[in-house]
Design a protein around this ligand. Structure first.
Ligand code: NAP
Ligand code: GDD
Length: 342
Protein backbone atom coordinates (compact mmCIF):
# COMPACT_ATOMS: atom_id res chain seq x y z
CA UNK A 1 0.00 0.00 0.00
CA UNK A 2 1.40 3.41 -1.00
CA UNK A 3 1.87 6.09 1.66
CA UNK A 4 1.28 9.78 0.95
CA UNK A 5 2.29 12.66 3.22
CA UNK A 6 0.28 15.88 2.74
CA UNK A 7 1.00 19.27 4.28
CA UNK A 8 -1.97 21.67 4.23
CA UNK A 9 -4.41 18.76 4.48
CA UNK A 10 -7.08 20.97 6.12
CA UNK A 11 -7.24 23.30 3.09
CA UNK A 12 -9.40 23.13 -0.03
CA UNK A 13 -6.92 21.05 -2.06
CA UNK A 14 -6.01 19.02 1.03
CA UNK A 15 -9.57 17.68 1.12
CA UNK A 16 -9.84 16.86 -2.59
CA UNK A 17 -6.36 15.30 -2.78
CA UNK A 18 -6.86 13.21 0.38
CA UNK A 19 -10.17 11.94 -0.97
CA UNK A 20 -8.60 11.05 -4.32
CA UNK A 21 -5.68 9.19 -2.72
CA UNK A 22 -7.83 7.38 -0.14
CA UNK A 23 -10.16 6.26 -2.95
CA UNK A 24 -7.08 4.91 -4.77
CA UNK A 25 -6.17 2.84 -1.69
CA UNK A 26 -3.34 5.03 -0.35
CA UNK A 27 -2.60 5.44 3.34
CA UNK A 28 -2.75 9.22 3.81
CA UNK A 29 -0.74 11.06 6.48
CA UNK A 30 -1.56 14.75 6.91
CA UNK A 31 -0.28 17.58 9.08
CA UNK A 32 -2.66 19.91 10.86
CA UNK A 33 -1.89 23.03 12.87
CA UNK A 34 -2.92 23.40 16.46
CA UNK A 35 -5.57 26.08 16.62
CA UNK A 36 -7.71 27.43 19.48
CA UNK A 37 -10.81 26.52 17.49
CA UNK A 38 -11.40 23.43 15.35
CA UNK A 39 -9.93 23.66 11.84
CA UNK A 40 -10.72 20.24 10.37
CA UNK A 41 -14.21 21.01 9.02
CA UNK A 42 -13.25 20.28 5.43
CA UNK A 43 -11.83 16.84 6.24
CA UNK A 44 -14.16 15.76 9.06
CA UNK A 45 -16.14 13.51 6.69
CA UNK A 46 -12.91 11.74 5.64
CA UNK A 47 -11.82 11.37 9.28
CA UNK A 48 -15.09 9.61 10.19
CA UNK A 49 -15.15 7.50 7.03
CA UNK A 50 -11.62 6.16 7.61
CA UNK A 51 -11.69 5.95 11.42
CA UNK A 52 -11.89 2.18 11.58
CA UNK A 53 -9.45 1.45 8.72
CA UNK A 54 -6.81 3.78 10.20
CA UNK A 55 -5.82 4.83 6.67
CA UNK A 56 -6.16 8.56 7.29
CA UNK A 57 -3.70 9.71 9.95
CA UNK A 58 -3.24 13.27 11.21
CA UNK A 59 -0.36 14.85 13.13
CA UNK A 60 0.11 18.26 14.73
CA UNK A 61 2.87 20.13 12.94
CA UNK A 62 3.69 23.37 11.16
CA UNK A 63 5.92 23.85 8.13
CA UNK A 64 7.95 26.33 10.15
CA UNK A 65 8.76 23.60 12.70
CA UNK A 66 11.47 21.73 10.79
CA UNK A 67 12.14 19.28 13.62
CA UNK A 68 8.59 17.95 13.63
CA UNK A 69 8.53 17.71 9.80
CA UNK A 70 11.84 15.84 9.81
CA UNK A 71 10.68 13.39 12.48
CA UNK A 72 7.45 12.71 10.62
CA UNK A 73 9.17 12.05 7.30
CA UNK A 74 11.63 9.68 9.00
CA UNK A 75 8.86 7.87 10.87
CA UNK A 76 6.41 7.54 7.96
CA UNK A 77 8.86 7.03 5.05
CA UNK A 78 6.25 8.19 2.53
CA UNK A 79 6.24 7.19 -1.15
CA UNK A 80 4.85 10.59 -2.13
CA UNK A 81 4.96 14.00 -0.43
CA UNK A 82 2.51 16.73 -1.47
CA UNK A 83 3.49 20.15 -0.14
CA UNK A 84 0.20 22.06 -0.19
CA UNK A 85 0.67 24.16 2.95
CA UNK A 86 0.84 27.93 2.49
CA UNK A 87 -0.60 31.20 3.67
CA UNK A 88 -2.36 31.21 0.32
CA UNK A 89 -4.18 34.57 0.32
CA UNK A 90 -2.31 37.04 -1.89
CA UNK A 91 -3.74 40.21 -0.28
CA UNK A 92 -2.97 38.90 3.22
CA UNK A 93 0.63 38.19 2.17
CA UNK A 94 1.19 41.96 1.89
CA UNK A 95 0.05 42.29 5.51
CA UNK A 96 1.96 39.23 6.84
CA UNK A 97 4.94 39.06 4.47
CA UNK A 98 7.33 37.30 6.82
CA UNK A 99 5.02 34.46 7.76
CA UNK A 100 3.69 34.10 4.19
CA UNK A 101 7.12 33.83 2.60
CA UNK A 102 8.72 31.68 5.32
CA UNK A 103 6.04 29.02 5.11
CA UNK A 104 6.88 28.55 1.42
CA UNK A 105 10.65 29.07 1.59
CA UNK A 106 11.64 27.36 4.82
CA UNK A 107 8.87 24.77 4.39
CA UNK A 108 9.98 23.60 0.95
CA UNK A 109 13.66 23.34 1.94
CA UNK A 110 12.79 21.42 5.10
CA UNK A 111 10.75 18.88 3.13
CA UNK A 112 13.18 18.54 0.21
CA UNK A 113 16.13 18.10 2.54
CA UNK A 114 14.27 15.55 4.68
CA UNK A 115 13.53 13.58 1.48
CA UNK A 116 17.18 13.79 0.38
CA UNK A 117 18.39 12.52 3.77
CA UNK A 118 15.81 9.74 3.81
CA UNK A 119 17.20 8.28 0.58
CA UNK A 120 14.06 6.17 -0.04
CA UNK A 121 13.02 7.33 -3.56
CA UNK A 122 10.29 9.49 -2.06
CA UNK A 123 8.62 11.67 -4.71
CA UNK A 124 7.80 15.34 -4.02
CA UNK A 125 5.04 17.61 -5.34
CA UNK A 126 5.42 21.39 -4.89
CA UNK A 127 2.24 23.51 -5.08
CA UNK A 128 3.54 26.21 -7.40
CA UNK A 129 1.27 28.95 -8.62
CA UNK A 130 0.30 30.98 -11.68
CA UNK A 131 0.62 33.98 -9.36
CA UNK A 132 4.40 33.73 -9.99
CA UNK A 133 3.82 34.97 -13.58
CA UNK A 134 2.61 38.34 -12.33
CA UNK A 135 -0.14 38.77 -14.92
CA UNK A 136 1.59 41.29 -17.17
CA UNK A 137 0.14 41.31 -20.71
CA UNK A 138 -2.59 39.03 -22.00
CA UNK A 139 -0.64 36.13 -23.48
CA UNK A 140 -1.46 32.59 -22.63
CA UNK A 141 1.17 31.41 -20.10
CA UNK A 142 3.09 28.14 -20.22
CA UNK A 143 6.08 26.45 -18.56
CA UNK A 144 8.51 28.70 -20.48
CA UNK A 145 6.87 32.02 -19.66
CA UNK A 146 8.72 34.59 -17.58
CA UNK A 147 8.06 34.80 -13.83
CA UNK A 148 7.50 38.37 -12.59
CA UNK A 149 6.24 37.90 -9.02
CA UNK A 150 4.23 40.82 -7.67
CA UNK A 151 3.45 39.88 -4.07
CA UNK A 152 5.24 38.42 -1.04
CA UNK A 153 3.13 35.30 -1.67
CA UNK A 154 4.42 34.96 -5.23
CA UNK A 155 8.04 35.60 -4.22
CA UNK A 156 7.84 32.83 -1.61
CA UNK A 157 6.28 30.46 -4.15
CA UNK A 158 8.97 31.25 -6.73
CA UNK A 159 11.68 30.42 -4.18
CA UNK A 160 10.07 27.04 -3.49
CA UNK A 161 9.63 26.45 -7.23
CA UNK A 162 13.30 27.09 -7.94
CA UNK A 163 14.46 25.09 -4.93
CA UNK A 164 12.44 22.11 -6.19
CA UNK A 165 14.33 22.32 -9.50
CA UNK A 166 17.67 22.62 -7.66
CA UNK A 167 17.01 19.42 -5.67
CA UNK A 168 15.82 17.64 -8.83
CA UNK A 169 18.93 18.56 -10.79
CA UNK A 170 21.47 18.24 -7.95
CA UNK A 171 20.37 15.09 -6.15
CA UNK A 172 18.34 13.23 -8.77
CA UNK A 173 15.24 13.41 -6.54
CA UNK A 174 11.87 12.90 -8.25
CA UNK A 175 10.40 16.32 -7.49
CA UNK A 176 7.91 18.28 -9.59
CA UNK A 177 6.31 21.71 -9.69
CA UNK A 178 2.60 21.90 -10.50
CA UNK A 179 2.06 25.47 -11.73
CA UNK A 180 -1.64 25.59 -11.01
CA UNK A 181 -3.92 28.40 -12.11
CA UNK A 182 -6.82 29.43 -9.87
CA UNK A 183 -9.01 26.52 -8.86
CA UNK A 184 -12.16 26.77 -6.83
CA UNK A 185 -14.92 24.66 -5.28
CA UNK A 186 -17.66 24.81 -2.66
CA UNK A 187 -14.80 24.31 -0.14
CA UNK A 188 -12.85 27.38 -1.31
CA UNK A 189 -11.89 29.77 1.52
CA UNK A 190 -14.58 32.41 1.89
CA UNK A 191 -12.28 35.39 1.34
CA UNK A 192 -11.21 34.38 -2.19
CA UNK A 193 -13.24 36.27 -4.75
CA UNK A 194 -15.22 33.37 -6.26
CA UNK A 195 -16.41 32.04 -2.92
CA UNK A 196 -17.01 35.56 -1.60
CA UNK A 197 -19.37 36.00 -4.56
CA UNK A 198 -21.13 32.62 -4.32
CA UNK A 199 -21.55 33.02 -0.56
CA UNK A 200 -23.05 36.50 -1.07
CA UNK A 201 -25.43 35.25 -3.76
CA UNK A 202 -26.72 32.57 -1.35
CA UNK A 203 -27.16 35.08 1.46
CA UNK A 204 -28.71 37.79 -0.71
CA UNK A 205 -31.18 35.27 -2.15
CA UNK A 206 -32.18 34.26 1.39
CA UNK A 207 -32.36 37.89 2.53
CA UNK A 208 -29.55 37.79 5.09
CA UNK A 209 -27.17 40.08 3.18
CA UNK A 210 -27.98 43.25 1.25
CA UNK A 211 -24.85 44.15 -0.72
CA UNK A 212 -21.58 42.62 -1.93
CA UNK A 213 -18.47 44.82 -1.90
CA UNK A 214 -15.60 43.87 -4.21
CA UNK A 215 -12.28 45.34 -5.39
CA UNK A 216 -10.96 45.15 -8.95
CA UNK A 217 -13.78 43.63 -11.01
CA UNK A 218 -11.76 43.80 -14.23
CA UNK A 219 -9.11 41.33 -13.05
CA UNK A 220 -8.95 38.29 -15.35
CA UNK A 221 -8.42 34.72 -14.14
CA UNK A 222 -8.42 31.20 -15.57
CA UNK A 223 -10.71 29.43 -13.08
CA UNK A 224 -11.03 25.64 -12.86
CA UNK A 225 -12.47 23.11 -10.41
CA UNK A 226 -10.19 21.96 -7.56
CA UNK A 227 -11.43 18.35 -7.87
CA UNK A 228 -10.03 18.21 -11.43
CA UNK A 229 -6.74 19.87 -10.46
CA UNK A 230 -5.74 17.44 -7.69
CA UNK A 231 -5.87 14.66 -10.30
CA UNK A 232 -3.13 16.51 -12.18
CA UNK A 233 -1.01 16.62 -8.99
CA UNK A 234 -1.22 12.84 -8.67
CA UNK A 235 -0.60 12.28 -12.40
CA UNK A 236 2.61 14.33 -12.20
CA UNK A 237 4.02 11.99 -9.56
CA UNK A 238 3.12 8.93 -11.71
CA UNK A 239 4.89 10.32 -14.81
CA UNK A 240 8.09 8.60 -16.04
CA UNK A 241 10.29 11.63 -15.38
CA UNK A 242 10.00 14.60 -13.03
CA UNK A 243 9.29 17.99 -14.61
CA UNK A 244 7.13 21.15 -14.26
CA UNK A 245 3.60 21.39 -15.67
CA UNK A 246 1.04 24.19 -16.05
CA UNK A 247 -2.49 23.18 -15.02
CA UNK A 248 -5.27 25.44 -16.32
CA UNK A 249 -8.45 25.42 -18.38
CA UNK A 250 -7.15 27.70 -21.15
CA UNK A 251 -10.17 30.01 -20.76
CA UNK A 252 -10.19 33.38 -19.03
CA UNK A 253 -12.97 35.43 -17.44
CA UNK A 254 -13.18 38.66 -15.46
CA UNK A 255 -14.32 38.92 -11.86
CA UNK A 256 -17.35 40.73 -13.29
CA UNK A 257 -18.12 37.71 -15.55
CA UNK A 258 -18.00 35.44 -12.49
CA UNK A 259 -20.37 37.71 -10.57
CA UNK A 260 -22.82 38.02 -13.49
CA UNK A 261 -22.91 34.24 -13.94
CA UNK A 262 -23.37 33.65 -10.19
CA UNK A 263 -26.28 36.12 -9.84
CA UNK A 264 -27.79 34.64 -13.03
CA UNK A 265 -28.03 31.23 -11.33
CA UNK A 266 -30.71 32.67 -8.99
CA UNK A 267 -32.24 35.02 -11.57
CA UNK A 268 -30.95 38.24 -9.96
CA UNK A 269 -29.20 41.17 -11.65
CA UNK A 270 -25.68 41.59 -10.24
CA UNK A 271 -25.77 45.37 -10.78
CA UNK A 272 -28.48 45.74 -8.12
CA UNK A 273 -26.23 44.27 -5.41
CA UNK A 274 -22.55 44.89 -6.13
CA UNK A 275 -20.53 47.90 -5.05
CA UNK A 276 -16.77 48.42 -5.15
CA UNK A 277 -14.30 49.65 -2.56
CA UNK A 278 -10.60 50.27 -3.15
CA UNK A 279 -9.80 48.61 0.20
CA UNK A 280 -10.12 45.27 -1.63
CA UNK A 281 -7.46 46.22 -4.21
CA UNK A 282 -3.88 45.01 -3.74
CA UNK A 283 -0.79 47.23 -3.53
CA UNK A 284 0.41 45.55 -6.75
CA UNK A 285 -2.39 43.94 -8.76
CA UNK A 286 -2.04 40.85 -10.97
CA UNK A 287 -4.32 41.82 -13.86
CA UNK A 288 -4.49 38.92 -16.27
CA UNK A 289 -3.79 35.20 -15.80
CA UNK A 290 -4.59 32.77 -18.61
CA UNK A 291 -2.90 29.37 -18.73
CA UNK A 292 -1.90 27.09 -21.58
CA UNK A 293 -2.29 23.47 -20.36
CA UNK A 294 -1.03 21.89 -23.64
CA UNK A 295 1.94 20.15 -21.99
CA UNK A 296 -0.18 18.62 -19.20
CA UNK A 297 -2.82 17.60 -21.78
CA UNK A 298 -0.22 15.87 -23.95
CA UNK A 299 2.22 14.38 -21.46
CA UNK A 300 -0.03 13.60 -18.49
CA UNK A 301 -3.27 13.01 -20.39
CA UNK A 302 -4.90 15.50 -18.03
CA UNK A 303 -7.92 17.60 -19.07
CA UNK A 304 -10.07 20.07 -17.12
CA UNK A 305 -13.48 18.37 -16.99
CA UNK A 306 -15.58 21.09 -15.39
CA UNK A 307 -16.68 24.17 -17.38
CA UNK A 308 -16.79 27.72 -16.00
CA UNK A 309 -20.61 27.65 -15.96
CA UNK A 310 -20.68 24.27 -14.15
CA UNK A 311 -18.17 25.53 -11.58
CA UNK A 312 -20.14 28.69 -10.82
CA UNK A 313 -23.40 26.76 -10.52
CA UNK A 314 -21.81 24.11 -8.26
CA UNK A 315 -20.56 26.83 -5.89
CA UNK A 316 -23.79 28.86 -5.88
CA UNK A 317 -25.98 25.77 -5.35
CA UNK A 318 -23.86 24.72 -2.38
CA UNK A 319 -23.94 28.22 -0.85
CA UNK A 320 -27.70 28.50 -1.35
CA UNK A 321 -28.09 25.43 0.89
CA UNK A 322 -25.70 26.88 3.46
CA UNK A 323 -27.55 30.22 3.52
CA UNK A 324 -30.91 28.49 3.87
CA UNK A 325 -29.68 26.78 7.06
CA UNK A 326 -28.11 30.03 8.29
CA UNK A 327 -31.41 31.85 7.75
CA UNK A 328 -33.25 29.43 10.05
CA UNK A 329 -30.62 29.90 12.78
CA UNK A 330 -30.68 33.70 12.44
CA UNK A 331 -34.49 33.85 12.45
CA UNK A 332 -34.51 31.75 15.63
CA UNK A 333 -31.85 34.03 17.15
CA UNK A 334 -29.45 31.08 17.52
CA UNK A 335 -26.65 32.87 15.63
CA UNK A 336 -25.89 36.45 14.67
CA UNK A 337 -24.54 37.50 11.27
CA UNK A 338 -20.73 37.21 11.56
CA UNK A 339 -17.96 39.77 11.30
CA UNK A 340 -16.94 40.48 7.69
CA UNK A 341 -13.60 38.62 7.36
CA UNK A 342 -13.08 39.55 3.71
P1 NAP B 1 -5.87 26.79 1.43
O1 NAP B 1 -7.26 26.31 1.35
O2 NAP B 1 -5.59 28.17 1.87
O3 NAP B 1 -5.07 25.75 2.38
C1 NAP B 1 -3.79 26.05 2.84
C2 NAP B 1 -3.37 24.99 3.86
O4 NAP B 1 -2.06 25.32 4.35
C3 NAP B 1 -4.28 24.89 5.09
O5 NAP B 1 -4.37 23.54 5.45
C4 NAP B 1 -3.49 25.66 6.14
O6 NAP B 1 -3.78 25.26 7.46
C5 NAP B 1 -2.08 25.24 5.78
N1 NAP B 1 -1.01 26.10 6.31
C6 NAP B 1 -0.87 27.44 6.21
N2 NAP B 1 0.27 27.83 6.79
C7 NAP B 1 0.87 26.73 7.28
C8 NAP B 1 2.06 26.46 8.01
N3 NAP B 1 2.91 27.45 8.34
N4 NAP B 1 2.34 25.19 8.34
C9 NAP B 1 1.52 24.19 8.02
N5 NAP B 1 0.36 24.36 7.35
C10 NAP B 1 0.05 25.62 6.99
O7 NAP B 1 -5.13 26.61 0.01
P2 NAP B 1 -5.55 25.72 -1.24
O8 NAP B 1 -6.44 26.52 -2.12
O9 NAP B 1 -5.98 24.38 -0.77
O10 NAP B 1 -4.16 25.62 -2.01
C11 NAP B 1 -3.24 24.56 -1.73
C12 NAP B 1 -1.84 25.00 -2.14
O11 NAP B 1 -1.82 25.29 -3.53
C13 NAP B 1 -1.34 26.27 -1.46
O12 NAP B 1 0.05 26.14 -1.27
C14 NAP B 1 -1.62 27.37 -2.46
O13 NAP B 1 -0.74 28.45 -2.29
C15 NAP B 1 -1.36 26.63 -3.76
N6 NAP B 1 -2.12 27.10 -4.92
C16 NAP B 1 -3.46 27.26 -4.84
C17 NAP B 1 -4.18 27.67 -5.95
C18 NAP B 1 -5.68 27.85 -5.89
O14 NAP B 1 -6.21 28.51 -6.80
N7 NAP B 1 -6.36 27.26 -4.94
C19 NAP B 1 -3.50 27.91 -7.16
C20 NAP B 1 -2.12 27.72 -7.20
C21 NAP B 1 -1.43 27.30 -6.07
P3 NAP B 1 -5.04 25.90 8.29
O15 NAP B 1 -6.26 25.20 7.78
O16 NAP B 1 -4.68 25.61 9.68
O17 NAP B 1 -5.04 27.38 7.95
N1 GDD C 1 -10.04 38.12 -2.62
C1 GDD C 1 -10.66 39.09 -3.30
N2 GDD C 1 -11.66 39.79 -2.69
N3 GDD C 1 -10.26 39.35 -4.56
C2 GDD C 1 -10.92 40.31 -5.24
C3 GDD C 1 -11.96 41.05 -4.68
C4 GDD C 1 -12.35 40.78 -3.34
O1 GDD C 1 -13.23 41.40 -2.77
N4 GDD C 1 -12.41 41.92 -5.62
C5 GDD C 1 -11.68 41.73 -6.71
N5 GDD C 1 -10.76 40.77 -6.49
C6 GDD C 1 -9.74 40.33 -7.46
C7 GDD C 1 -8.33 40.29 -6.90
O2 GDD C 1 -7.76 41.61 -6.88
C8 GDD C 1 -7.65 39.35 -7.89
O3 GDD C 1 -7.22 40.06 -9.02
C9 GDD C 1 -8.78 38.39 -8.29
O4 GDD C 1 -10.00 38.99 -7.83
C10 GDD C 1 -8.65 37.00 -7.68
O5 GDD C 1 -8.42 37.15 -6.30
P1 GDD C 1 -8.43 35.88 -5.30
O6 GDD C 1 -9.67 35.10 -5.46
O7 GDD C 1 -8.08 36.39 -3.94
O8 GDD C 1 -7.27 34.95 -5.88
P2 GDD C 1 -5.80 35.28 -6.40
O9 GDD C 1 -5.81 35.13 -7.89
O10 GDD C 1 -5.28 36.53 -5.83
O11 GDD C 1 -4.96 34.08 -5.76
C11 GDD C 1 -5.44 32.73 -5.82
O12 GDD C 1 -4.96 32.11 -7.00
C12 GDD C 1 -3.54 31.94 -7.06
C13 GDD C 1 -3.20 31.27 -8.41
O13 GDD C 1 -3.13 32.24 -9.40
C14 GDD C 1 -4.97 32.00 -4.56
O14 GDD C 1 -5.59 30.77 -4.48
C15 GDD C 1 -3.46 31.79 -4.57
O15 GDD C 1 -3.09 30.97 -3.46
C16 GDD C 1 -3.10 31.08 -5.88
O16 GDD C 1 -1.71 30.84 -5.94
Amino acid sequence: MKKAFITGVTGQDGYYLSKLLLDKGYEVHGTIRRSSSFNTQRIDSLISEHKSSGKFKLYYSDLLDSSSINSLIQKIVPDEVYNLAAQSHVAVSFKNPHFSTSTSTSGSVTLLDAIKNLDANTKYYQASSSEMFGGVGENSLNENSLFIPKSPYAVGKLFAHNMTKVYRESYDIFCVNGILFNHESPLRGETFVTRKISRAVGRIYHDIQKKLTLGNMNAVRDWGFAGDYVEAMWMMLQHDTPDDWVVATGKAYTVKDFAMEAFNVVGLNWEDYIQTDSKYERPNEVHHLLGDPAKANKELGWQAKTSFEELVKMMVDSDLKLAEKEKVLIDNKLIKPTWDHS
